[in-house]
Design a protein. Sequence first.
Length: 135
Amino acid sequence: MTYYADLSAYEYTELEDDGEPHMNVGWLAAPHPFPTGPLKDEAIERLAILRANPVNQFRGSHPCDFCVAEFRAQGLIAGPALFTALREAGALGNGEIVIEGPRGWYHAPVLITHYIERHGYLPPTDFVDAVMTAS
């Protein structure tokens, strides 16, 4: 997965200039540290709903770097066994969640729910607030 710091300017795909800020959230990758902590179940549930309708989908999928390292340490080096383990862990993604908030637009990989549930990632408060008010 491509790494971008939380709330940095979005640049994964080209966007039309709409005059609004577009920010990255949840673009995690090893070895970059990330904030951890509890997140309300309601926020996770809302993200799961948003994840069901991703935008900016691409062919193929991006694996969770952290799970790849974990599974390789268990002997799943590559190939179908590694892919199956990643798929079963919900550690593959191929799109984005885009949410409008008071400070602009937030772009997160669909893997954000996996990062929260499996790795304890805690997204920025502004993003969580936008998730809670997204329609």
